[in-house]
Design a protein around this ligand. Structure first.
Ligand code: ADP
Ligand code: CIR
Length: 432
């Protein structure tokens, strides 16, 4: 898909690009000079040995082709899509400094952004090691997105004591903000260091990863503190569930949606091979959930309707300690960046702490969330729909509110920021 559309889109662009590049004297001027250039480049590419890590069918197609069109697209896109960070920070001199494998790897990381001009981030790591391997590129992307100066390392810290804004009794009590029986959720993204990240996995990798995790889930199922079951979407899996059960789980916010509908994930290779290697563990009380095979290998979360944000936060902290002690649960982690995630937006804590709250005035009863988004942005909060990212607000203006920060912030600061953010947001709603 990428190459065909790229060729179609880039032919006129490449001519323009090669003219401009020639004028600018950049070294990739050989890039796109019509059919003859393409044939030559394709022959050269065929001679390249395919690295084991990048072996899905989608990626093979991409890698078997010529990078020139992609480069020409990047060149043109820099002007057209200045907010696309994968494009903005793509440096042709850096690209040219890499060996053949490095060049392919870098284009794979930037691929979603190259295919989707409207990306805000556009980059996805394909291997945990990509954050080191392509540090020159990704560090610029990461620091720009998160607004964190170069060199500042991420520190993991779940300890609430001493966090600014924490009420004196340490309780993040939503009833004190006038909210009753609120749906609360805290999730973290985690990846197993033994596997490629989801964008570079093939079907066999996905199935193997799910079965590796099944061993860990079987330990949880036997533990009275957790119990529950593992539900698999993989055809023929011993724990396979029906399509109807899957839909019920999605409706109950327990299971994730079909990722193929997300063009960013699809073009990054992350949604490939659906529904193989996908599933979720659900505890007996349905309050502790682990997604398998979504944007990250694992999305680990606690969810509950109640009044203390501490309940979901503390439970998740304990459950993560348990999980890290289970067989094969070695999570990819970086000294500098914290927990490694596919998308650089989630790097560090990998944490999103959210509540479902009604803000009818700021959302025109759910019909228009633009004012809510503008207000929340000032408060460091993100607004999503009740079905998650890219969904609409619910009846009566119910939306999903979460702090936007993930990197170079402590876990304890995120949950406190959610509490303080809701307090300010409710005040804005009142006076709207
Ligand atoms: P993620 O939070 O993992 O980035 P989404 O925004 O797509 O992904 O949300 C995933 C699911 O979690 C969706 O079904 C969404 O409705 C649900 N969800 C998120 N926050 C809450 C909450 N506070 N209460 C109930 N469900 C929630
Ligand atoms: C973009 O670049 O806009 C998309 N790839 C999404 C970025 C946000 N990250 C995410 O949802 N994990």
């Amino acid at each position: 898909m990428f190459i065909r559309s790229a060729i179609r889109a880039a032919r006129p662009l490449t001519r323009l690009a090669s003219q401009k590049v020639a004028r600018n004297g950049a070294r990739f001027a050989l890039a796109a000079t019509g059919a003859a250039g393409l044939t030559m480049a394709a022959t050269a590419a065929t001679g390249c040995e395919e690295p084991v890590a990048y072996k899905s069918e989608v990626l093979k197609k991409f890698l078997a082709d010529d990078a020139a069109e992609a480069l020409a697209r990047v060149y043109i896109m820099k002007k057209l899509f200045p907010d696309n960070l994968a494009i903005k920070h793509f440096d042709f001199d850096y690209y040219n400094s890499l060996d053949a494998e490095g060049k392919k790897g870098l284009l794979m990381v930037a691929r979603s952004g190259i295919e989707n001009g409207d990306s805000g981030m556009g980059a996805y790591a394909m291997q945990p090691s990509d954050y080191d391997r392509f540090k020159t590129y990704l560090d610029a992307v990461i620091r720009d997105y998160h607004g964190v100066p170069a060199g500042q390392p991420h520190v993991t810290d779940w300890n609430l004591s001493g966090v600014a804004g924490l009420p004196a009794d340490g309780k993040l009590d939503l009833t004190k903000l006038g909210l009753e029986n609120i749906s609360m959720r805290v999730r973290v993204g985690r990846n197993l260091s033994a596997f490629p990240l989801p964008g570079a996995m093939d079907k066999a990798d996905r199935i193997k990863m799910e079965n590796t995790m099944l061993k860990a889930f079987n330990v949880l199922v036997k533990d009275p503190k957790y119990g529950g079951e593992y539900c698999s979407l993989t055809p023929g899996h011993s724990n396979e569930i029906s399509g109807q059960r899957y839909n019920e789980l999605v409706k109950a916010h327990i299971m994730f949606k079909d990722m193929a509908a997300d063009k960013y994930l699809a073009t990054a290779g992350i949604a490939s091979d659906w529904p193989y290697g996908r599933g979720c563990y659900v505890s007996a009380d349905k309050g502790f959930i682990v997604w398998v095979g979504e944007e990250d290998h694992l999305r680990i979360m606690c969810m509950k309707k109640g009044k203390y944000l501490n309940d979901v936060f503390d439970r998740l902290r304990g459950a993560l300690d348990t999980m890290e002690s289970l067989p094969n649960c070695k999570f990819a982690h970086s000294e500098e960046y914290g927990y490694v995630t596919s998308c650089p937006t989630n790097l560090g804590t990998g944490m999103r702490a959210s509540v479902h709250v009604a803000i009818p005035k700021l959302t025109k009863n759910g019909a228009d969330v633009s004012e809510a988004k503008a207000v929340c942005k000032q408060l460091g909060l993100s607004v999503r729909g009740v079905g998650g990212e890219h969904t609409a607000a619910g009846v009566g203006g119910i939306v999903d509110i979460s702090p936007s920060a993930r990197f170079c912030i402590k876990e304890a600061e995120i949950i406190t920021a959610l509490y303080k953010g809701i307090e300010k947001l409710m005040a804005k709603e009142k006076s709207a």
